[in-house]
Design a protein around this ligand. Structure first.
Ligand code: COA
Length: 96
């Protein structure tokens, strides 16, 4: 089973003080304690605090062939809500 991070957001006035990192670590610990297989999320490829930030945590960007039907649905829903699909990616952190 996977834990999907639907959204990670910190109020602008509190950004850059470590809250985002702590939130992500909390999700990671939660998934690990429950012996989940991995964490997944979708994010922007080209924003420094999106894909590169998650990569530093060990998330890998999935190739089109690796994207599961569930994540494909998530990406398609985002496009239907107006996000630019070519700038979005799906990522996964394998825990076990
Ligand atoms: C992404 C977000 C949740 C990070 O929260 P935060 O509390 O500012 O993050 P932290 O202070 O814990 O910093 C986390 C990392 O992001 C990097 N970062 C944060 N703001 C940044 C910026 N403006 N430019 C570049 N890097 C940035 C920090 O360098 C840090 O990396 P490091 O810990 O490896 O050094 C926050 O910026 C946010 O809410 N952004 C808008 C919504 C968003 O993009 N959410 C993610 C969608 S998937």
């Amino acid at each position: 089973m996977e834990l999907h991070i639907h959204e990670l957001s910190v109020s602008q006035q509190f950004q850059g003080q470590g809250a985002g990192r702590k939130l992500l670590l909390t999700a990671l610990e939660h998934a690990d304690k429950r012996e989940l297989h991995s964490l997944t999320l979708t994010t922007f490829r080209d924003l420094p605090w999106n894909e590169p930030f998650y990569r530093r945590f060990g998330f890998e960007t999935l190739s089109p062939a690796e994207i599961s039907p569930r994540l494909t649905t998530v990406l398609n829903n985002e496009i239907n809500h107006g996000l630019p699909g070519e700038r979005r990616c799906a990522m996964r952190l394998k825990l076990r």
